[in-house]
Design a protein around this ligand. Sequence first.
Ligand SMILES: [Zn+2]
Length: 173
Amino acid sequence: MIYRWIISAVVIMMPIIGNAAGSHSHDTAHLRIAIDGNLLNVNVEMPLDPLIGFEHAPKNAQQKVAVKKMETTLREAKQLFKPNMEAACRLMEVHLDSIVLGDHPVSDQDDHKHAELEGEYAFQCDHPEKLNQLVVNLFDAFPRLKHIKAEAVTPKGQSAMTLTPRKRGVSLN
Ligand SMILES: [Zn+2]
Protein backbone atom coordinates (compact mmCIF):
# COMPACT_ATOMS: atom_id res chain seq x y z
CA MET A 1 0.00 0.00 0.00
CA ILE A 2 2.79 2.42 0.85
CA TYR A 3 4.50 1.78 -2.48
CA ARG A 4 1.30 2.44 -4.35
CA TRP A 5 0.88 5.73 -2.53
CA ILE A 6 4.42 6.84 -3.41
CA ILE A 7 3.93 6.04 -7.08
CA SER A 8 0.70 8.05 -7.17
CA ALA A 9 2.40 10.99 -5.56
CA VAL A 10 5.19 10.95 -8.16
CA VAL A 11 2.71 10.77 -11.02
CA ILE A 12 0.74 13.68 -9.62
CA MET A 13 3.86 15.83 -9.21
CA MET A 14 5.26 15.25 -12.67
CA PRO A 15 3.01 17.60 -14.63
CA ILE A 16 3.96 20.41 -12.25
CA ILE A 17 7.66 19.89 -12.89
CA GLY A 18 7.14 19.43 -16.63
CA ASN A 19 5.20 22.65 -16.81
CA ALA A 20 7.91 24.85 -15.37
CA ALA A 21 9.71 25.61 -18.64
CA GLY A 22 8.27 28.58 -20.48
CA SER A 23 5.76 29.51 -17.80
CA HIS A 24 5.45 32.89 -16.10
CA SER A 25 6.87 32.59 -12.61
CA HIS A 26 7.85 35.69 -10.66
CA ASP A 27 11.22 34.37 -9.53
CA THR A 28 12.33 32.88 -12.85
CA ALA A 29 13.88 34.35 -15.98
CA HIS A 30 14.63 32.65 -19.29
CA LEU A 31 17.91 33.18 -21.09
CA ARG A 32 18.98 32.13 -24.58
CA ILE A 33 22.59 32.43 -25.67
CA ALA A 34 23.73 32.00 -29.25
CA ILE A 35 27.22 32.22 -30.71
CA ASP A 36 27.36 32.82 -34.44
CA GLY A 37 30.76 33.64 -35.92
CA ASN A 38 32.16 36.49 -33.82
CA LEU A 39 28.73 37.47 -32.50
CA LEU A 40 27.46 36.55 -29.08
CA ASN A 41 23.73 37.10 -28.72
CA VAL A 42 22.00 37.04 -25.37
CA ASN A 43 18.22 37.10 -25.14
CA VAL A 44 16.54 37.35 -21.76
CA GLU A 45 12.86 37.18 -20.85
CA MET A 46 11.89 38.24 -17.35
CA PRO A 47 8.58 38.79 -15.59
CA LEU A 48 8.20 42.48 -14.73
CA ASP A 49 7.21 41.82 -11.13
CA PRO A 50 10.72 41.07 -9.74
CA LEU A 51 12.12 43.99 -11.78
CA ILE A 52 9.74 46.80 -10.78
CA GLY A 53 7.08 45.29 -8.49
CA PHE A 54 4.12 45.60 -10.90
CA GLU A 55 3.13 44.35 -14.34
CA HIS A 56 1.18 47.17 -15.99
CA ALA A 57 1.91 50.60 -17.43
CA PRO A 58 3.23 52.94 -14.70
CA LYS A 59 0.35 54.81 -13.06
CA ASN A 60 2.14 57.35 -10.89
CA ALA A 61 5.47 59.14 -10.47
CA GLN A 62 6.88 56.45 -8.19
CA GLN A 63 6.15 53.71 -10.71
CA LYS A 64 7.63 55.79 -13.54
CA VAL A 65 10.83 56.14 -11.52
CA ALA A 66 10.91 52.37 -11.00
CA VAL A 67 10.61 51.76 -14.76
CA LYS A 68 13.34 54.31 -15.53
CA LYS A 69 15.66 52.77 -12.97
CA MET A 70 15.10 49.28 -14.38
CA GLU A 71 15.72 50.52 -17.92
CA THR A 72 18.98 52.19 -16.89
CA THR A 73 20.14 49.03 -15.11
CA LEU A 74 19.35 46.83 -18.11
CA ARG A 75 21.04 49.18 -20.59
CA GLU A 76 24.25 49.38 -18.55
CA ALA A 77 24.72 45.71 -19.25
CA LYS A 78 28.48 45.45 -18.85
CA GLN A 79 27.95 44.31 -15.28
CA LEU A 80 24.96 42.10 -16.06
CA PHE A 81 26.49 39.82 -18.68
CA LYS A 82 30.20 39.06 -18.53
CA PRO A 83 31.79 36.88 -21.20
CA ASN A 84 35.19 35.51 -20.15
CA MET A 85 37.92 38.13 -20.72
CA GLU A 86 39.99 36.03 -23.15
CA ALA A 87 37.25 36.22 -25.77
CA ALA A 88 37.55 40.05 -25.86
CA CYS A 89 33.85 40.73 -26.38
CA ARG A 90 32.33 44.22 -26.58
CA LEU A 91 28.68 45.02 -26.06
CA MET A 92 27.45 46.54 -29.35
CA GLU A 93 23.70 46.83 -29.00
CA VAL A 94 20.93 46.57 -26.41
CA HIS A 95 17.26 46.30 -27.30
CA LEU A 96 14.56 46.23 -24.63
CA ASP A 97 10.90 45.51 -25.23
CA SER A 98 8.02 45.60 -22.75
CA ILE A 99 4.59 47.15 -22.35
CA VAL A 100 6.04 49.48 -19.69
CA LEU A 101 8.58 50.95 -22.12
CA GLY A 102 8.32 53.29 -25.09
CA ASP A 103 5.39 53.59 -27.40
CA HIS A 104 3.10 50.70 -26.62
CA PRO A 105 -0.50 52.00 -26.80
CA VAL A 106 -2.38 52.10 -23.52
CA SER A 107 -5.00 49.74 -24.98
CA ASP A 108 -2.31 47.04 -25.03
CA GLN A 109 -1.71 47.37 -21.38
CA ASP A 110 -4.80 46.71 -19.36
CA ASP A 111 -5.59 43.35 -20.91
CA HIS A 112 -2.49 41.82 -19.40
CA LYS A 113 -2.66 40.18 -16.04
CA HIS A 114 1.01 39.38 -16.29
CA ALA A 115 3.67 41.05 -18.38
CA GLU A 116 7.31 40.50 -19.18
CA LEU A 117 10.36 42.29 -20.44
CA GLU A 118 12.50 41.01 -23.26
CA GLY A 119 16.10 42.12 -23.61
CA GLU A 120 18.40 41.47 -26.56
CA TYR A 121 22.13 41.99 -26.11
CA ALA A 122 24.57 41.74 -29.01
CA PHE A 123 28.29 41.37 -28.32
CA GLN A 124 31.10 41.29 -30.85
CA CYS A 125 34.09 39.17 -29.86
CA ASP A 126 37.67 39.40 -31.15
CA HIS A 127 38.35 35.82 -30.07
CA PRO A 128 35.05 33.93 -30.21
CA GLU A 129 36.96 30.64 -30.22
CA LYS A 130 38.04 31.46 -26.65
CA LEU A 131 34.50 32.02 -25.37
CA ASN A 132 33.92 29.49 -22.65
CA GLN A 133 31.73 31.18 -20.07
CA LEU A 134 29.11 33.87 -19.65
CA VAL A 135 28.58 35.09 -16.09
CA VAL A 136 25.04 36.42 -15.52
CA ASN A 137 24.69 38.96 -12.71
CA LEU A 138 20.97 39.69 -13.01
CA PHE A 139 20.56 38.31 -9.48
CA ASP A 140 22.47 41.29 -8.05
CA ALA A 141 20.42 43.84 -9.97
CA PHE A 142 17.10 42.12 -9.23
CA PRO A 143 17.38 40.12 -5.98
CA ARG A 144 13.86 38.71 -6.25
CA LEU A 145 14.99 36.63 -9.23
CA LYS A 146 16.01 33.22 -7.93
CA HIS A 147 16.32 31.07 -11.06
CA ILE A 148 17.40 31.68 -14.63
CA LYS A 149 16.71 28.89 -17.09
CA ALA A 150 19.49 29.18 -19.62
CA GLU A 151 19.94 27.57 -23.01
CA ALA A 152 23.03 27.95 -25.15
CA VAL A 153 23.59 27.20 -28.82
CA THR A 154 27.27 27.32 -29.74
CA PRO A 155 29.44 25.82 -32.50
CA LYS A 156 30.24 23.11 -29.95
CA GLY A 157 26.60 22.11 -29.45
CA GLN A 158 23.54 22.87 -27.38
CA SER A 159 23.18 22.90 -23.63
CA ALA A 160 20.69 23.88 -20.97
CA MET A 161 21.07 24.67 -17.29
CA THR A 162 19.41 26.55 -14.46
CA LEU A 163 21.36 29.41 -12.90
CA THR A 164 20.93 30.51 -9.30
CA PRO A 165 22.54 33.33 -7.28
CA ARG A 166 25.28 30.85 -6.27
CA LYS A 167 25.74 29.32 -9.70
CA ARG A 168 25.63 32.10 -12.25
CA GLY A 169 28.10 31.08 -14.93
CA VAL A 170 26.86 29.51 -18.16
CA SER A 171 29.47 27.16 -19.55
CA LEU A 172 29.88 27.62 -23.30
CA ASN A 173 32.25 24.70 -23.81
ZN1 LIG B 1 3.29 38.07 -13.44
